[in-house]
Design a protein. Sequence first.
Length: 679
Amino acid sequence: MCIHFYPRVAGLLFCTLVSLFFCTTSSLAQQGDVVYLDTIMKVNEVVVRGRLTVQEVVPSQKLSGKQLERLNTHSVADALRYFSGLQLKDYGGVGGIKTVNIRSMGTNHLGIYYDGVELGNAQNGQIDLGQFSLDNVQEISLYNGQRSAIFQTASDFGNAGSVYIRTRMPRFLNGETYHMKWKLKYGSSNTLRLSGLYEQRISDKVSASLSAGFLNSDGKYKFRYRRLNFDKSVAYDTTATRQNGDIWALRLEGNVHGYLDGGYWNVKMYSYNSERGIPGAIVNNVWRRGERQWDHNYFAQATWQRNYGSRFSTRLMGKYAWYDTRYVNRDTTQMMVDNTFKQQEFYLSTSNVYEILPSWSMSLAYDMRWNKLNANLQRFAYPTRWSHLVALATALDLSRIKLQASLLANIIDDHLRYADDPATLTKFTPALFASWQPFGNDMLAVRAFAKRSFRMPTFNDLYYTEIGNALLKPEAATQYNIGLTLRKQYDKPAWLRSLRLQTDAYYNTVHDKIVAYPKGQQFRWTMLNLGRVHIKGIDVEAEATVAPVKDLNITTRLQYTYQDARDVTDPKTSFYRDQIPYIPWHSGSAIVDISYRNWDLTYSFIYAGERYNQQENIRYNHMQPWYTNDITLMYRFRWGKTLCKITAEVNNLFDQDYDVILNYPMPKRNYAVSLDISL
């Protein structure tokens, strides 16, 4: 059953609930004395490790806490732009679809985990990260290869890279029974964002939280469309307003957290409902305005983990998801479309780790995933997929040397309504990770890994009417990586507080690579196998914190990526050894955060170098580099017992005209102001 929310009704309902909720909880608040600190106190990080916890061999890139808060980011996709090795595909505007690509291997090789459970989309493999707000997110982490901790689900071992989204966990001081947080934000394109968070202590071991968010925008923004002929003369040069980019969305999330002797448990309910216009590509100075999309996504998931003694730990996870998507194209110049897709997913996982010796552990994990897709298409296959994953892993910790190895078995069965026999596929993917700390501490660490990964073609790849290709081969990738990390903490009164440098060089090969191109319409794709792709790259990340004077802290974070990703399938083709589409050779980002007492000023810069939008690297397909400069100013103050934050931001400060995807122009300079209230 689908519940359809409409923008005005949803907005009014949300505002009414927020007002009532605020008044009710305020009247029930305790009146005891509360002491607030006027200055910011910094406590050095304390790491607590159990005997069964093995330190990760390959470190992650992370954005957490205040770093996320100070960036002018609204969704998970916006935050991921600041990670090296990732390329973001952004189709423009507040409601434009946003996906990420890891080290040129494609979106489907990147696993997205929400509080430990993977987000799935068997239909097209595209996780639209624009649907996940940062209002309730505590930390985002990126791992290349895999998260090198053997106590994890079997699916964690199967991806070429993983993004872990960790939402906020309630933390209460003595005497506290609840927390509340409200945020109001208004910006360009008549964009209104409302969000609220309520956390309640139920008992010493149980707490609950409710998070809600509402977004409404007309999606209109100025852009410049300029194209040249081969002789450099101007073919089109137009300044116009982007149309049909409106969106409304309502997000609701509820959590119940609990602790038990030697473990914990969590139950999560999530709902996302939206309607958006799809502005489409601009081709030959012609705009399409007939596409719209409705999304009604729901899932419930639960996690239970417990330690038995000092040697054995086990974890159980379960999830059920329902995704309902309707896509309509009323453009009279194209084929009229009104398609509905209903997708279901059921997931179970068990993970177990046993400590054989104090320095040697082994784990066994099993995942079962069931996916089903229905659609109102003619001659549709109505596919059902059973996926069974079994992972066996071991870890050896010899103080300065750490080793981890794993073997994952993938067993995939596809059942079609009009086929007698299921299509069965079995693949084995091994991985080996190693690190060495020459000085016996984490100041300097050298690491390396080798891994094979595998991904099955999606339902759309194989069975979509008209564009599905049942002859597509599965992708298989091999990864080799070597890197080092240098970090140093300095005690006061040194002006340099911390320094970190992380760099990796890698070489990947992808066999039978599947590439999806927009087929004139953003929601529909053309699928083909590129055959073989060789990828060479370097990722560099540096971060430093300085405190030149009292109360003044400056943190700088720099990232750079070099990628050479070439199609080496057939020497007879015109694009042999050409860079694959939309992969820049050079890209990077910079963040400078200046904090002085109650003020925070953050400057961010993103750069993507030249690239090509088609397989042939010819002048006609060449795309110029683009860059953006953003700035955010935040002021914090207390009003009684309430902490308030006022933020002003300017995005695309220098009014850059650019496309991330050809013919999908991005917004020019835009603005936003916001107010945060925390109790």
